[in-house]
Design a binder for this molecule. Structure first.
Ligand code: MG
Length: 162
């Protein structure tokens, strides 16, 4: 059996809005604002999903979970991630590793890295060592630096069994 490695990239950004819970990597974080969106607004998981779909040549998050579909309103993004991993499994595509960076001025995310990695690993059915989460600020530059939005980038390596 031979294996081919495939790499994918994902990016997402959501506006911060009052009256919404802040959820990143499936972790509810204390903050006066949360991420706006049709689902729970979890930009980190959305970036990971797009990286997985990109590596697999299976389109993007909007293809699979269209915001026009009421079914995904308020959806738990960890559940969306599980659904995508099921899709990959069915095609004999296995996640080798994921590396992600959240771009966020506030709050500080480092205390939540462990739980985010745990949540992501569990939903992808891989070990915590195969998942990396980190964060950086925008040095107060631009809308993210002004605390108006949070963005995330991710890369994923997927192994195709042939
Ligand atoms: Mg999104």
């Amino acid at each position: 059996m031979t294996a081919a490695m495939r790499v994918g990239i994902g990016f997402d950004v959501h506006r911060l809005q009052e009256g919404r819970p802040l959820i990143l990597g499936g972790v509810k974080i204390e903050h006066p604002k949360g991420l706006a969106g049709h689902s729970d607004g979890d930009a980190l998981i959305h970036a990971v999903i797009d990286a997985l779909l990109g590596a697999s040549g299976l389109g993007d998050i909007g293809t699979h979970f269209p915001p026009s579909d009421e079914k995904w309103k308020g959806a738990d993004s960890l559940h969306l991630l599980e659904t995508v991993v099921d899709l990959l499994d069915g095609r004999m595509l296995y996640v080798s590793n994921v590396d992600a960076v959240v771009i966020c001025e506030e709050p500080r995310l480092s205390p939540h890295y462990d739980l985010m990695r745990h949540n992501l690993a569990k939903s992808m059915r891989i070990s915590v060592e195969q998942v990396s989460v980190k964060a950086t600020t925008m040095e107060r530059l631009g809308p993210i630096g002004a605390g108006e939005a949070i963005a995330a980038q991710a890369v994923a390596l997927v192994e195709a069994q042939m």
